[in-house]
Design a protein around this ligand. Structure first.
Ligand code: SF4
Ligand code: SF4
Length: 162
């Protein structure tokens, strides 16, 4: 995966993608979901996350209480100690990683806590969610992080949604 190329491409399409995703707010939400979900399957069928891991390298998932408890058990730590060692509270008052890349990512781009990973990691990059029109800002942000999301958005531009 050529992440430098992805970065350049995402940056050069910034304005266009923001405008395009904003325009979907006026479109039928069910058709937007259908198109996203179809392209999600298509693009992830062609994508190897193990050759990328850019999400784990550059952004933090949100850690909900259940995630913290599950991961603490995995490490046989008290939740308070897990929080102190790995997490901080961000500007939205959510628990996130103290630093990226994620400390649970190994040198082969594998998640060492895969079975216990946070819900947000399981659901990333959220392009198969219901009501995609509600997360268009997040999807735009993810075009900057995830090559698959950028590709989904590119292909979506060629789908007739009206
Ligand atoms: S950034 Fe996207 S393509 Fe890369 S590993 Fe994460 S989900 Fe997969
Ligand atoms: S917990 Fe695993 S999947 Fe989630 S960011 Fe860290 S390495 Fe990636």
């Amino acid at each position: 995966m050529d992440l430098k190329r992805h970065n350049n491409l995402a940056r050069s399409r910034e304005k266009e993608n923001k405008r395009f995703l904003n325009s979907l707010r006026k479109t039928d939400a069910r058709r937007v979901d259908e198109a996203f979900h179809k392209l999600h399957e298509q693009v992830f069928g062609e994508t190897s996350c193990l050759l990328c891991a850019n999400c784990c390298k550059t952004t933090s998932p949100i850690f909900y209480q259940n995630d913290i408890e599950r991961l603490s058990r995995t490490f046989r730590m008290r939740p308070a100690d897990f929080i102190e060692k790995f997490l901080r509270i961000d500007e939205d008052s959510d628990y996130v990683l103290q630093s990226v890349p994620c400390p649970f990512l190994d040198a082969d781009n594998c998640c060492t806590v895969y079975e216990a990973r946070p819900k947000a990691c399981r659901e990333y990059p959220h392009t198969n969610r219901k009501k995609m029109v509600r997360i268009l800002d997040l999807t735009y942000k993810n075009t900057r992080v995830c090559p698959a999301v950028l590709e989904i958005v590119e292909r979506l531009k060629n789908v007739s949604l009206h």
